[in-house]
Each structure stands twice: as structure tokens, then as C-alpha cells.
Design a binder for this molecule. Sequence first.
Ligand SMILES: [Zn+2]
Length: 250
Amino acid sequence: MRNKVLNSLKLIVFVITFYAFFQLHSTRNSNITEDLDLIIGESSNFPAHWVGTIDVDKNIPILILAGHADSQGLAGAGTPGEAVDKFGLNPMHPGISDELFWNLKLQESIVKIGKKKGLNINSYDPGIRNIDDANDPRTNWSVGRKFAKRGGYAIEIHFDAYGKYGVGSGLIPPFSTRPNKIDESIAKIFGRFPILFRGGLGAPRRQIRILEIGKLEGLLEENLRNVKTRQKTIKLLANEIVQAFLNGII
Ligand SMILES: [Zn+2]
């Protein structure tokens, strides 16, 4: 009888321990996979009054560009990120900024997931990492400009600078095209910048949207750099962006 009680007690302790461990483990994971706001951090708090109301055809061609893919080594190489610039860690890849490294990873993931979900989506990578003239036909902006002119939705993804050097997440809409429902749906998740941000940047002036994912710092950068959470984090961000496209066209 005593043995029976003891065995039951052992079993109860085992179940409780297992349950506690399982709970802890799943909460830990959910911090990485579900809490987008926590990961992307603050969003732009510049006053932005635009609302995207224009309907979008569900087969609209979408082009994903990786910010700074053609401007390495120039002034516009993108942010090195907090880990490298502030804490002296090694860059993710020699010769390119950490921002470009992550822009390229995210670009690939967005297109892969987007295609799976039935979007008419592609990417462009100039391949050449240092094109001096922004109007060279091979640059992101030249290709994106052409694409937008033909009625496509061109968007360049970025990670913002850390700390006081950056602003935070948000969408910069095109300069002279009225924002549409995809813009609205992305802005609802990531926040919004004013149309005339910094007097109208090179990309928006060519009717290319800019999406700042978040500052390359803190939890976002840690989760990207940690090989255990890297894929999950990239997938989480890509999924959110693809979902925003889907919400904007349906
Ligand atoms: Zn950038």
C-alpha cells in the first residue's frame, strides 16, 4: 500500500515537472515566433496622415528589392547594426553591411513564401554590389522604377539604423502615386512614415515603396544573429509581410 502511494506521488511529481518544463519551453518559443511587436521594436512616430484606399488587382506583379544591394562601399551601404558598430562583433559577411546581409535573407524568404501562397511575386538582385550611378539601368531603383511604371508593386526592404541613428519600423509610400490597400495593410503592421520623409527619398520618388522592418539592434538583431532563432525570425517577418500583401489584395 505504501509503495502504491509512493509510486503515485512519483508519477504526480513527474507529470508536474514535465508540464512545467513544457510550459516554460513553449513560452520561450512563442516569444520568438509570435511577438512581432516586441521583435521589431518601436515604429516611426513621425506624423503621417496618408491612408491607402486604392483597390489592388489580386494578380498585381510584386517586386521585392533588398535595400543597398548595389551600394556597398559607398556612403549608402546600409547600417552595420548595433552588434558590429557598438559591440564590436564580426560582420555577418565580409564586404557587405549587416543590413544588406539580412535584407537579402529576408528578400529570399518573402518571395519563397509569397509564391507558395499564390502571389505574383519576384525579386531582383543586381548582383554587382557597387554601382556608382543610381540611374544605371542595373540598379534596384532603375529596375524598380520601370516595374512600377508598368503597374507593378515595387518595394525595397530595409533594416533601420540602431539607437538614435534610426527611426524605427514603417512604410514610406510612393511619392506621386496614391497609396493603395497593400500600403495600408503593411502600414497597419509596421507603422507609417510621412510621404515626404527626408524631402522624398530616391526610391519613393521613383514610385518604389520602402519598408523599414525595424532597427537593427536589441532583440531583433539578437534573434537574427542567434543560429537557433535565425530561421524562425526571418520566417516570422516574411510571413507578416506576405500576409499583409494578401490582406491588401483580397
Ligand atoms: Zn537601409
